[in-house]
Design a protein around this ligand. Sequence first.
Ligand SMILES: [Fe+2]
Ligand SMILES: [Fe+2]
Length: 202
Amino acid sequence: MLIDEEFINSKIIDEYKLLLKSRLNEKRYYHSLCVADEARRLAALYGADENKAYLAGLLHDITKNATVAEHLQIFGAFDIILTDVEKSGEKLWHAISGAAYVKHYLDIDDEEIVSAIRYHTTARADMTKLQAVLYLADFTSADRDYDDVDVMRRLVDKSEDEALMYALKYTINELIEKGAAIHPDTVSAYNFIVLKGLKNEG
Ligand SMILES: [Fe+2]
Ligand SMILES: [Fe+2]
């Protein structure tokens, strides 16, 4: 599957939008459109593939409103075994099921897109450009209005690494405050950015 400008302007995208509309509530559908636009913008800024970023952004939350039963069905169908931390945080499920959904049900065989969706909630160490673009676009899309969104919007325009650092700190602090477990991939992502910063200093 070649994800180029022609594909992004084809009627397949209209079909994906109809599918999203049927699967998501109105707010989440609008969020998906906003993340697609923001991902394309950040891709241009950071040197990632703009068309892949748009598609990953559009589809990233495709299973966000799925029921527990559908999640379990997807995990079962594709032999996905959740870790204890993943089991404890339902918010983490849709990134795992969403990656499986686009790969197996929409036949999106582009691993870059699939893995960007897979890590859009936890992040991970040493992210690809597309992974970072989607992770950050989810923080700065036009529909977002959390406390620090203005700071995040300034940072994504300034520096990918500074934005990642801020977003990861924000996420980790929030999890600690809620008394929730922190996914090991999020810890690895944070450590990776910290160590990269120290290396650049030294
Ligand atoms: Fe999400
Ligand atoms: Fe999202």
